[in-house]
Design a protein around this ligand. Structure first.
Ligand code: IPM
Ligand code: MG
Length: 381
């Protein structure tokens, strides 16, 4: 194919992408109302194993959930629904990031607890996470990180449905010469994540929200993200809004003199992805932080880390740390309205992970197994 043909095809593709993204913007502008769990007779929780260490940590997460919610499960108020088929083998065989029957089963649930799913590098198969976040419109990725002895109490509001991710599998290329990906920032998409962050800050007595971008370089997308966040901030005069660039913010997180001053962060998708792994590592490792993907109609809770295929290859799957998915389960229990149970589970997890630490998972045979750690947590409940 000649360069001219590539350019013509890319221009056509670009027009289609713009039209599609504009349509998405208009749909968002129509708005939607959040679910009221308190008024629901039955709440269906989808349980998705995932790949790699996913099924191993999810087996323990399901045991934990069955224990914490035993009364509600017995009464039928809570229903656990096992969803099979979201595995890398099945997804690659079908050439679908989320097979249709799996997506339909997922959409029949109210909330989801999900093990990590493997994302293929290159190729055209989209990440299952990205597909689910888009299909279920899970626009806020909420990731808390705490180091109590250092006074660190951070919460990240990562935009979860656009930015670098929404067209990440649909870039253009002139083979051997150049490639180009697209980043998308929309007005309503930014407004709703900013609002989520400021609402959280206002409801939880926080005094500042930190906006993180690279607006000096990504002038359109990040420039507008920053502007819109400041516009939203004007509705919250009691909360200070400051903005930083992502490069210096990654440095700030390892600067012990200032890092505990930050409270709530709001940031575009990719920066949020990267900095939350850094933050989780500061807390004690990516195996220790929970992650909530929130939308108005659905919410999906998961570990912050991936499927750790290397642990499986090395025969170490049984030593995977379930703390991250346990924290996700706690966030889910809180989200569906069982605050007391979530508080109790949070206190037990804090005791097991931060203070008593009688059973410690290291990821290797010198530490406890995933099941042993789960037993330790469950004994204390
Ligand atoms: C995360 C993960 C995902 C992401 C991957 C698995 C697609 O790293 O949830 O942070 O990049 O968002
Ligand atoms: Mg990540």
């Amino acid at each position: 194919m000649s360069d001219r043909t590539y350019i013509d095809q890319a221009c056509e593709q670009f027009r289609a992408l713009l039209e599609e993204q504009l349509q998405r913007t208009e749909k968002m502008e129509a708005g939607s109302a959040p679910k009221d769990f308190a008024s629901m007779d039955k709440i269906t929780i989808g349980i998705i194993g995932g790949d790699g260490i996913g099924p191993i940590i999810m087996e323990q997460a399901e045991r934990l959930l069955r224990k914490v919610m035993s009364d509600e499960i017995a009464s039928g108020r809570i229903v656990l629904k096992k969803i099979e088929g979201l595995t890398i083998e099945n997804r690659t065989a079908l050439g679908k990031a989320v097979p249709d029957d799996v997506l339909a089963a997922i959409k029949s649930c109210d909330v989801l607890l999900k093990g990590p799913t493997t994302t293929p590098k290159g190729g055209t198969l989209e990440s299952a996470n990205v597909t689910l976040r888009r299909e279920l419109d899970l626009y806020a990725n909420v990731r808390p990180v705490q180091v109590p002895e250092e006074g660190i109490d951070w919460i990240f509001y990562r935009e979860n449905t656009e930015g670098e991710y929404v067209l990440g599998s649909r870039g253009v290329e002139i083979p051997g010469k150049l490639s180009m990906d697209f980043k998308v920032t929309t007005e309503p998409g930014t407004r709703r994540i900013a609002k989520a962050a400021f609402d959280y800050a206002a409801a939880n007595g926080k005094t500042s929200v930190t906006i993180v971008t690279k607006a000096n370089i990504m002038k359109k997308t990040d420039g507008n993200f920053t502007r819109i966040c400041h516009e939203v901030a004007a509705d919250y005069p009691q909360i200070e809004a400051d903005d930083w660039y992502i490069d210096i913010m990654t440095a700030n997180l390892v600067n012990k003199d200032i890092r505990s001053n930050f409270q709530v962060f709001v940031l575009p998708n990719l920066y949020g992805d990267i900095i939350t792994d850094e933050a989780a590592e500061i807390q004690g490792g990516v195996g220790t932080a929970g992650s909530a993907n929130m939308g108005d109609r659905y919410a999906m809770f998961e570990a912050i880390h991936g499927s750790a295929p290397r642990m499986i290859e090395d025969g170490l799957g049984g030593y995977a740390n379930p703390s991250s998915i346990f924290k996700a389960a706690e966030m889910m229990i809180r989200h569906i309205g069982f605050t007391d149970k979530a508080d109790k589970l949070a206190a037990v997890l804090e005791e097991c992970c931060e203070r008593e630490k009688k059973v410690v998972v290291t990821g290797f045979p010198d530490g406890a197994t995933c099941r042993e750690f789960a037993d330790y947590v469950m004994e204390k409940l």
